[in-house]
Write a protein that binds this ligand. Structure first.
Ligand code: GUN
Ligand code: ZN
Length: 447
């Protein structure tokens, strides 16, 4: 009996523990020749080929990935799918950038057909970059969420997404109201949360675009619906922070604006958190809130340098995931994000080694999204979401990795020089949905 059993064979890496809290050598699991058996969309077995080969069901021939590295699919903890068309918008910092480029791009989503086309393009580009789960901002239009989840269902991806809530300080045609945002979010939660592999995120854009009434309504939504997420932005840019202080003079801090509305908890993912204080990290730790580190965005908009090692301090660790933050970020592929995360750490005198980096892109991201029981690791019972990396994808990578003598160095070369060209294949729930080397690279689940 083979059923829908699949097998993949190749070199593989995954994580047994958190390398920010434990020695790296105790965390990285590396098999030179591994077998991954999948069944029913999950990983049924993972380990050295020599040990598992006898348990291969009759008739199941492993897909061989020679000269490649298999890993759990990448996790993107913060990204805006409607902003794909405006990546690389010239010359502004956050607040002007929003007005000049972002809001016009999001206005185009008033057209449901545009939303459908962009959702399809976005998901393909995510998969081309090896990302299998993302936490996604849609626009203020409810149909932008329908379009996104409908496309995601075709690929079978595990995704978190929500309608942006915004009832002030944006163009009139992009505003909702506290009441309307609440009602539309309630409908979307009923339609999508817990459907297949989909999860809903209540999404107040950021404090300046939401009245207290809207933030309170977001808190009500979280209390009313088990397991829904909260995503928003925090302390990204000095002018933004000064504006929040003006808009909410009664609050102790930017984070306190969210905390007072009941928005800071275990399912909250706060984007950026660059200019935060020690008390803020303590609050995130105590409440269990996670942070999305978005290095390409923070460098592109000149927002600042996130203190990754401070956030992850083992005395009061805050869960951190990696976000691409398209369209302020400049790449959808987490390999590029890791390369920039290294530079952000280096600019502060720190070193982001490959083990910690790949942890952040996979298992750490899954933890930040409270999905670590489902995704982020190659382990029995986890979803069979897998990326196949090619350390010889380009002439420069080939020349560089020919000299690699350790898996750590191979991974470091990939995160420094790699991009979507180094993603050979992406598997979602046990189906190869993307194969770089096929004439038609994409395939929907079950197709
Ligand atoms: N703050 C509020 N909205 C946004 C956005 O769309 N992108 C980024 N980077 N920051 C924001
Ligand atoms: Zn963002």
């Amino acid at each position: 009996m083979t059923g829908d059993t699949q097998a993949l064979r190749g070199r593989a890496v995954t994580f047994a523990d958190d390398p920010f809290l434990h020695p790296a050598q105790d965390c990285l699991v590396h098999h030179e020749d591994a077998l991954i058996l999948t069944a029913g969309g999950r990983i049924a077995a993972f380990g050295p080929y020599a040990e598992l080969a006898p348990s291969l069901p009759e008739g199941v021939e492993p897909v061989r990935y020679d000269d490649a590295i298999l890993s759990a699919g990448f996790v993107d903890a913060h990204v805006h799918y409607p902003q794909l068309t405006m990546v690389g918008a010239y010359g502004e910092q956050l607040l002007e950038w929003l007005q000049r480029y972002t809001f016009p791009a999001e206005r185009a989503f008033a057209d449901p057909a545009h939303a459908g086309r962009m959702a399809d393009l976005f998901l393909r580009e995510l998969l081309r970059g090896g990302t299998t789960t993302a936490m996604v901002y849609c626009t203020v239009h409810p149909h932008s969420v329908d379009a996104f989840f409908a496309e995601s269902a075709r690929f079978g991806t595990r995704m978190i997404a929500g309608k942006v809530l915004m009832d002030r300080n944006a163009p009139a045609d992009l505003l909702d109201t506290a009441e309307r945002g609440y009602r539309e979010s309630t409908d979307l939660i009923a339609r999508w949360h817990g459907q297949g592999r989909h999860h809903y995120a209540v999404t107040p854009r950021f404090a300046p675009s939401c009245t207290s009434a809207q933030l309170d309504a977001a808190g009500t939504l979280l209390r009313e619906h088990d397991g829904v997420y909260l995503q928003t932005h925090l302390c990204e840019n000095p002018a933004e922070i000064a504006w929040v202080r003006e808009l909410f003079p009664e609050r102790a801090s930017y984070l306190d604006v969210y905390a007072q509305a009941g928005l800071v908890g275990r399912r909250s993912v706060l984007g950026h958190a660059i200019h935060v204080h020690e008390e803020d990290f303590c609050t995130c730790h105590a409440q269990g809130a996670a942070i999305a580190h978005c290095p390409t965005s923070n460098l592109f908009l000149g927002s600042g340098l996130f203190r990754l090692f401070d956030a992850a301090d083992p005395r009061r660790p805050v869960r951190v995931g990696l976000g691409t933050d398209i369209g302020a970020g400049t790449a959808l592929c987490q390999l590029r994000t890791l390369g920039e995360a290294y530079k952000v750490a280096a600019l502060q005198g720190g070193r982001l080694d490959a083990v910690r980096a790949f942890y952040l892109a996979t298992s750490g991201g899954a933890r930040a999204l409270s999905l670590d029981d489902r995704i982020g690791r190659l382990a029995p019972g986890h979803d069979a979401d897998i990326v196949v990396l090619d350390p010889r994808a380009t002439p420069v990578l080939e020349a560089r990795t020919a000299r690699s003598e350790s898996i750590e160095d191979l991974l470091f070369a990939l995160m420094t020089l790699g991009d979507d060209r180094a993603v050979r294949a992406t598997w979602v729930a046990g189906t190869c949905v993307y194969n770089r080397d096929r004439a038609a690279p994409f395939r929907h689940a079950g197709a």
